[in-house]
Design a protein around this ligand. Structure first.
Ligand code: HEC
Ligand code: HEC
Ligand code: HEC
Ligand code: HEC
Ligand code: HEC
Length: 188
């Protein structure tokens, strides 16, 4: 009994610290998916079901930068006006669209997906690797209002990175996907 107390007194920090960090990592891992189902209101009820679904406009017609940069970018009103200048409806929403365009006031779209600043994400390597938009964003072309359909937490990213990592020590150094699960890959 005495011996145990002695050990604990002397080494408790060495025992508690690792336990705490394990707990922290576990907590981050399973932390509830706070983004799942998030679908904010928008200044104009823009429908992907109509545009990307029925009209079959290509995603990259509007999200032009997705292949070459970190951000997919949301289109400016000039992109909408290409079709909505005199055509394609005359509802209050379309009138509002034309009016703000004439006044040069940009529409303030609310972000649906928004990771914290300490996370490094870029669309480019994922699109280059051949992932479809739906892999991470779901069937956007069926949505009247874009919604977050995956957990979008750390575990979600790491799971896919692990599946795509080659952890065989024999090939470490030869395979550029080995580092996919390292902290620095996704954190600044
Ligand atoms: C006609 C233009 C247009 C087309 C085509 C289009 N989008 Fe969008 N997209 C927008 C606009 C405008 C927004 C911002 C408003 C909103 O969130 O609904 C947006 C928002 C999004 C968002 C949410 C952005 C955020 O804030 O996180 C995703 C994801 C998205 N689009 C994916 C797609 C995919 C996938 C396709 C193809 C299946 C597509 N879009 C086709 C115009 C378009
Ligand atoms: C590997 C997963 C993944 C794939 C594949 C993917 N996205 Fe994203 N997308 C994300 C993440 C993560 C964010 C949030 C980025 C942030 O908050 O910094 C995002 C954000 C967006 C946004 C909001 C603007 C921005 O860039 O932050 C749009 C629009 C978007 N994606 C469209 C698309 C389109 C269109 C495709 C297919 C061409 C696509 N995404 C493919 C994961 C993905
Ligand atoms: C390639 C052509 C095209 C582009 C680009 C386009 N739209 Fe449309 N949009 C249409 C058509 C066609 C309809 C269906 C019109 C109808 O049913 O009367 C439509 C329907 C709509 C509607 C619902 C119908 C209504 O009268 O209210 C809204 C709102 C809308 N678009 C907003 C936008 C916004 C915002 C953008 C830019 C982000 C945009 N559109 C880009 C062609 C386009
Ligand atoms: C559907 C699977 C999948 C998901 C989900 C995913 N990734 Fe990736 N990611 C990959 C693959 C595969 C690569 C390697 C691409 C290549 O071949 O270069 C990659 C590459 C990256 C890179 C570039 C690494 C480098 O240095 O080359 C970053 C950064 C990244 N991902 C961050 C993220 C973040 C952050 C998330 C979550 C928000 C995420 N990824 C979600 C599969 C995924
Ligand atoms: C594949 C990408 C990826 C890798 C690898 C990764 N993370 Fe993360 N991490 C994320 C994302 C995305 C978030 C933001 C999750 C959220 O907002 O829910 C995050 C969040 C965090 C947070 C903050 C938790 C919070 O609640 O905001 C910490 C701390 C963290 N990661 C530490 C680490 C450590 C330590 C490692 C290495 C063992 C690591 N991460 C590896 C993607 C990654």
């Amino acid at each position: 009994m005495d011996a145990l107390q002695k050990v604990l007194k002397k080494h408790s920090i060495k025992i508690i610290l690792p336990l705490l960090s394990l707990g922290l990592i576990y907590w981050i891992w399973v932390s509830p998916p706070k983004y799942l189902g998030y679908a904010p209101d928008q200044p104009i009820p823009f429908s992907h079901r109509i545009h990307a679904g029925e009209l079959q406009i290509d995603c990259q017609f509007c999200h032009t930068a997705v292949e070459r940069s970190a951000h997919a970018t949301v289109p400016d009103t000039a992109t909408c006006i290409k079709c909505h200048q005199d055509d394609a409806g005359d509802s209050v929403n379309i009138q509002y669209l034309r009016q703000t365009y004439q006044q040069g006031v940009p529409l303030r779209w609310n972000k649906v997906h928004d990771l914290p600043d300490h996370v490094r994400f870029s669309h480019r390597p994922h699109i280059a690797r051949g992932f479809q938009c739906s892999e991470c964003h779901g069937a956007v072309e069926t949505m009247d209002r874009v919604e977050v359909v995956t957990a979008f937490n750390m575990g979600w990213c790491v799971n896919c990175h692990r599946q795509n990592s080659d952890q065989d020590p024999a090939t470490i150094g030869n395979n550029n996907t080995v580092h996919l699960t390292e902290c620095g890959t996704c954190h600044y």
